[in-house]
Design a protein around this ligand. Structure first.
Ligand code: MG
Length: 165
């Protein structure tokens, strides 16, 4: 049951996510650049720094942090063979019928409504830059991270779009 004395560790969650992304060679500037490229066609006044700031702002949201922490940890546990079968093999093989990775990520994109969801769907299909690298890396378990990065970028796109709406 929920403990009434528990205070949600916002700063620890944020620091954990940023540190884990760094460990997996995710450059936050590279992510915000994808958001910039996706949104600048609609918002000519947009600049890259602004996208980076909005990315940082979405990275502080509890709903995003929760899902990213769960996904990154499941990738790590699968990579270290610490999950039980059959879940271990399902995640290690990035089974197409699994879908929990997409669901977890989609929930992040959905925080910002339709613009987030549409951009997530687009990124899931085209897999830009660093997202593509994770999707095509055969040496590590990246079942969750590619979708999570797509969702972080999609959320950033939506946040930027709402700012100018
Ligand atoms: Mg995936």
């Amino acid at each position: 049951m929920e403990s009434k004395n528990f205070k949600y560790p916002d700063t620890k969650a944020y620091n954990f996510v940023v540190a884990e992304l760094k460990k997996r060679n995710v450059d936050l500037h590279a992510l915000s650049k994808i958001a910039y490229h996706l949104q600048k066609q609609f918002l000519p006044q947009l600049n890259e720094q602004e996208c980076y700031e909005e990315l940082n702002s979405v990275l502080h949201k509890r709903e995003l942090l929760n899902n990213v922490m769960v996904g990154l940890e499941l990738d790590r546990l699968a990579e270290e063979n610490k999950l039980k079968e059959p879940l271990l093999s399902i995640i290690r093989n990035d089974a197409g019928v699994f879908g929990v990775d997409e669901s977890l990520a989609l929930q992040i994109a959905d925080i910002y409504g339709t613009i987030g969801v549409t951009n997530f769907g687009y990124l899931d299909r085209v897999k830009y830059g660093i997202i593509k690298q994770f999707d095509e890396d055969p040496n590590h378990v990246n079942t969750f991270i590619d979708d999570l990065l797509g969702a972080i970028v999609a959320a950033t796109c939506a946040k930027v779009a709402h700012k100018y709406a």
